[in-house]
Each structure stands twice: as C-alpha cells, then as structure tokens.
Design a protein around this ligand. Structure first.
Ligand code: GUN
Length: 291
C-alpha cells in the first residue's frame, strides 16, 4: 500500500490566500499595510534564494517587503543598529534576520535584539519561553507549518506517539513543544539516541529534522504512521552526466512511502509551508501591534 502524499505546496497556497484576505481587510477597514523586514548579511547563495522568495511572496499577498542586504564583513554593531531602527519603525511589523550569520557576529545576541512582538521567527528567548510554558508566543515557522499539516491530516493529535528526530532550536525543540501542547506523547531523538530505528518504529507521528540525506529508511517507519520530512539535502543525481543534483529529505522517500499512512515529499512538502507561516506570523504580529 502506498501512503497519502501530503501536498505542502497546495496547502501553502491556501495559507497564502487566507493571509492575502487578512491583508486586504487590514488595508480596507483599518488603513494598515503589514510590513515584513528581512535582513541578509553576506552572500550565501542558499540564503539569497530564500530571501528572494520571501520578498516575492510577501509582495504577492499585498504586504510591504523591506529587504536589507549587508556585506559579509558588516560589524556586529552595525547589524544591531539596523535591528534597533527596524524595532522602532511602526511600518515594520515583522523582522527576520536570515541565519546563519557570519562567524564574527554573535547570533544569539542578534536574535535577542529583535523586539519579541516583531520576532516572526519565534527565536527570541522570550518567545521560546512563552512557547515552552504554553503561553501566547510567536511560533517558529517550520514547526508551525508541520503542525498545521498534521492537524489537517489527523484532526486531533491527542494521545499519539510523536518522535522528533533532531534537537535544533529552529525545528526539533519547538516542534516537540508544539506536539506536546497538542497532547502528543513526545520523544526527542538525536544522533546519540540508542537504537534510533526502534524509537522511530514506535512513532505514530515521525518528524525528521536532522539534515542528513535519506538517513531514515522505510523499515524504521511504523505501518500507517504519518511522516513529516523537514530535511532538504542536495545530492548528486544517480544517473551520470552534467553534474546534475537533486533535492532529497532526511527520509528515504521511496521505501517510506510503501509503509507510512501519510508522508510529505521533498521538495513540495514542508518547505513551501515555512514561508507561508512566516507571512501568517507577520499578520499575527501586525494584529497584536494594533490590538
Ligand atoms: N535559515 C534557515 N532557516 C531559517 C529560518 O527559518 N529563519 C531564519 N531567520 N533563518 C533561517
């Protein structure tokens, strides 16, 4: 039997449509245009692609997009000064500083310099604490997108065994918090977990966020489980020629799709949901600012 493919691209389009509706109402009824500022330091090609896509989609839903591109050797103090200006700017409702930052900049210091109410990434220590204690937080975009797809597929997640493979601050830990908030029994597994295969086999919901290409094979998946693959890894194409490469997840899709009940593909699964949730978070920040 083959799993249901969870279409993140289509789901993200519906989220963007809802966001666009909110933007129209804010503009027409209240005369407010939500604004998202994105800051990119340096010229990492993958980050440049992300930032370009964010800017494009921000404009497409009718929001204002403010892009700030700074050179690789920007002093930390200059970046902090820019964040302070954006914090004080009433036209900016959301601020995202693209990670990773160059080595000479203290990432935590920059993350925590963003006003928590404009922290659409949900990375500020205050938002991390609010999420962990079940209070009203800005929630990190990738795990929020995963949660939306899980709720859409399952309805209630209450009582399900969820295994999150990966313990990053950006995905693994907030994902676990969100699943716990939805009354799952949550295990966070990682590279040091003993018998990872057996742990994964206990999961009704398996979220893979380790950043290692195809490391989770189908025989680690419980029959009928829902598999959410957060990984985006570029590997050489198996066929020879022209240095082609392709994107794969952390799950071996071809074997897992035979066993799972539902699975997100890569590309076209979690990826598109991340930017859609960033736009949704910007609406949330905007509405809270004008409450
Ligand atoms: N780099 C990779 N993913 C992210 C993200 O979700 N937010 C930020 N700020 N940087 C990233």
């Amino acid at each position: 039997m083959s799993a249901k493919i969870i279409d993140g691209k289509a789901f993200a389009a519906t989220v963007r449509e809802k966001v666009a509706g909110h933007v129209s109402r804010l503009r027409e009824v209240h005369g407010i245009v939500p604004g998202l500022a994105v800051v990119l330091v340096g010229d990492d090609p993958a980050s440049e692609v992300y930032v370009r896509n964010k800017g494009k989609q921000t404009l497409e839903v009718g929001m204002n997009s403010y892009e700030h591109k700074l050179p690789e050797d920007t002093p930390e103090a200059d970046l902090l000064a820019l964040v302070a200006r954006l914090n004080a700017d009433p036209a900016v409702h959301g601020i995202l500083v693209q990670l990773p930052l160059p080595d000479h900049i203290d990432e935590e210091k920059v993350i925590n310099s963003v006003t928590p109410s404009k922290d659409v990434d949900g990375f500020h220590i205050l938002n991390v604490g609010l999420l962990a204690t079940g209070q009203k937080a800005m929630v990190p975009c990738t795990p929020l997108g995963c949660l939306m797809m899980l709720r859409d597929h399952h309805g209630s997640l209450s009582g399900l065994n969820a295994v999150v493979v990966g313990r990053s601050n950006i995905v693994g830990k907030p994902m676990a918090q969100l699943l716990l908030r939805d009354s799952c029994t949550v295990t966070i597994a990682h590279s040091r977990t003993k018998d990872l295969a057996e742990v994964c086999r206990g999961a009704d919901i398996l979220v893979a966020a380790v950043g290692r290409a195809q490391m989770i094979p189908g025989d680690w998946v419980k029959p009928g489980a829902t598999v959410i693959d957060v990984g985006i890894n570029r590997i050489p194409a198996p066929e020879k020629g022209e240095g082609k490469s392709r994107l794969v997840g952390d799950v071996d899709f071809d074997s897992a799709v035979q066993v799972a009940g539902a699975i997100t593909p890569v590309p076209g699964g979690v990826g598109p949901m991340t930017i859609a949730c960033l736009l949704a978070n910007t609406i949330t920040a905007c509405c809270r600012a004008h409450d």
